[in-house]
Design a binder for this molecule. Structure first.
Ligand code: CP
Length: 324
């Protein structure tokens, strides 16, 4: 069985196949009956050790739309709170016949451990691990970018060559930024990170991107600007700059947005800190794709589950929908 642990593991062709399969899945969502019988009899377990709204719900919707059985496991209220280990939790899920385990964990590397441990036979999908990676978020971001900057049908088979994407904010704590830098580079985009010096990770010079500390200088050269959530829960008291200074220098407001090219889009993975990294005016503007990203997340997660659990390359055409 295959796994999806890191966006860095994907080749350009892997990534384009997932994006193209997600386009087929998006067409299913437009039908009166939104289900395919593709994964009937399969079991997908959502194993969440950390809070989530978008990722957990969209994996659940994705599995259901493919007719899989879904088991939702949250560490809160489970025997994890009694000290049960990841290994024993995994063995329990294996005994229940999980074909895929979608895992979010506070420790970087937990999905890799699960995928390589031999504790389970099913596919492992990383739904966000510590500050490491969030590959399906990067895929849904790339899908959104391709739709907006290349076009849905015109985009089939294509990557993001030459598109300029700026990722702004708390890069240090962001698994979304790390996955996006790798995937967007693989897809041919030019990525620039903009962050306060205190929120740039050590070793960033080895990442395939540029780094800038001047948001206003980069905005006019951006086809998309991805704002990151300031992750105060992962910071100690020494967080610098102050919140007010952060918003002033690195926050996106209407005045700053006006410096972007006319067709450029604003992205945010959610959840947002309105008034901190993004103002309500920008978040609610037509240029902000945050809600569209959530909808696209279902199509991407359908594509990932479909491809990992044995789907052929043409996702929909080989299957009759339940409506037909
Ligand atoms: N973008 C994202 O991962 O959101 P959740 O934490 O709500 O899943």
């Amino acid at each position: 069985r295959g796994h999806l642990v890191s966006a860095a593991d994907l080749t350009r062709d892997d990534a384009v196949l997932i994006l193209d399969t997600a386009e087929e899945m998006a067409r299913v969502a437009d039908r009166p009956i939104k289900k395919l019988p593709t994964l009937r009899g399969r079991t997908v377990v959502n194993l969440f050790f950390e809070d989530s709204t978008r990722t957990r719900i969209s994996f659940e919707a994705a599995a259901q739309r493919l007719s899989a059985d879904v088991i939702n496991f949250s560490a809160k209220g489970s025997s994890v709170s009694k000290g049960e280990s990841l290994k024993d939790t995994a063995l329990t899920l294996e005994a229940m016949g999980a074909d895929a385990v979608v895992i979010r964990h506070h420790d970087s590397g937990a999905p890799h451990r699960l995928a390589t441990s031999g504790w389970i036979n099913g596919s492992v999908v990383n739904a966000g691990d510590g500050t490491h990676e969030h590959p399906t978020q990067a895929l849904l971001d790339a899908f959104t970018l391709r739709r907006r900057l290349v076009g849905p049908d015109a985009g089939l088979g294509q990557d993001l060559s030459g598109r300029r994407v700026t990722i702004v904010g708390d890069v240090l704590h962001s698994r979304v930024a790390r996955s996006n830098v790798h995937l967007l580079h693989t897809l041919g985009a030019e990525v620039t990170l903009v962050a306060p010096p205190t929120l740039v990770p050590i070793g960033v010079e080895h990442w395939p991107c540029e780094v800038s500390y001047d948001l206003d200088a980069v905005l006019p050269k951006s086809d998309a600007v991805m704002m990151l959530r300031v992750q105060r829960e992962r910071m100690n008291a020494a967080f610098f700059p102050t919140e007010r200074e952060y918003a002033r220098r690195y926050g996106l407001d209407g005045e700053r947005m006006a410096r972007m090219p006319e067709d450029a889009v604003v992205m945010h993975p959610g959840p947002m800190n309105r008034g901190m990294e993004i103002t309500a005016e920008v978040a609610d503007s037509a240029r902000c794709t945050a809600v569209e990203q959530v909808a696209n997340g279902v199509s991407i997660r359908m594509a990932v589950l479909y491809l990992l659990l044995g789907g052929s390359e043409s996702a929909v055409t080989n299957y009759r929908t339940e409506e037909s």
